[in-house]
Design a protein around this ligand. Structure first.
Ligand code: FES
Length: 257
């Protein structure tokens, strides 16, 4: 069920250049289940709904009643969020969106999780849930540069991790798809910038591929139409899907990206 709640900050720390990890406590944690879902975060005080930002859920811990989100500090709103401290409250609406279909991977399968930049966070909860099911997990994460790298160690708890940087300052120089093309996958789950998702879709690296289009989101609650995608069956017609409410996760080939 979708809830709105003022959640207390447990911690809010910088983990890479302009990247912050926010741990929040609240009953809303009990409503969260699927990796790849997101919350709508009120990043500043006031009544303007645009003060909310969609941010994906990186980790769910029902035992402690906490969840983790990771965001990039890049404007006034997220700068205000970065200034908040433990004990402060943040208005959260969620969980929203469909999430990754964990059941599409079965025991003994190799699932390759591909994350680019702020598309990495949802891969952490996904890796955890897949590994607990008995699926072999390999993560490939891509960043611009060494200073942007985060969650390599956290993902390593659940399987092998490969890092690519565009400038070659850490891990392998190049794109995540350079690594993906060398690895066997029964299923690929990906989240990141649109060009990365397009490359993964057109490369057909596994029998099943699921893509999270969260970069395509605006308001996050079905009100702005900024996130609309045409379906592949009807690329120029009236058939469309909203990333925020029908997605953000789609099977490869479902929508035009
Ligand atoms: Fe506004 Fe989907 S993000 S309608």
């Amino acid at each position: 069920m979708i809830k709105q709640e003022n959640c207390k900050i447990v911690s809010n720390r910088q983990i890479a250049e302009s990247i912050f990890e926010l741990v929040l406590c609240g009953d809303i944690t009990n409503e969260m289940s699927d990796p790849g879902q997101f919350v709508h975060v009120k990043v500043a005080d006031g009544f303007d709904p645009l003060l909310r930002r969609p941010i994906s859920i990186a980790a769910i811990d029902k035992d402690s009643g906490t969840f983790t989100i990771i965001y990039r500090k890049q404007g006034r709103g997220t700068s205000m969020l970065a200034d908040k401290r433990a004990g402060d409250e943040v208005d959260i609406l969620g969980p929203l969106g469909n999430g990754f279909p964990v059941d599409e991977a079965t025991v003994g399968n190799t699932a390759v999780l591909v994350g680019g930049g702020v598309g990495v966070p949802p891969m952490f909860e996904l890796a955890k849930q897949l590994a607990h099911k008995g699926v072999s997990v390999i993560s490939i994460i891509g960043f611009q540069s060494a200073s942007n790298v985060f969650y390599e160690k956290q993902l390593a708890k659940y399987g092998e991790v490969y890092v690519a940087t565009a400038d070659g300052s850490y891990g392998k120089k190049g794109y995540v798809t350079d690594i993906l093309s060398e690895i066997y996958a029964d299923i690929v789950f990906a989240c990141g910038p649109t060009p990365m998702l397009r490359a993964i879709e057109s490369g057909v690296y596994a029998p099943k591929t699921y893509l999270s289009l969260e970069e395509r989101m605006g308001c996050g609650i079905g009100a702005c139409f900024a996130c609309v995608c045409h379906t592949k069956e009807d690329p120029n017609g009236f058939s469309y899907k909203k990333v925020c409410s029908d997605g953000p996760v789609f099977a490869a080939g479902e929508v035009v990206i």
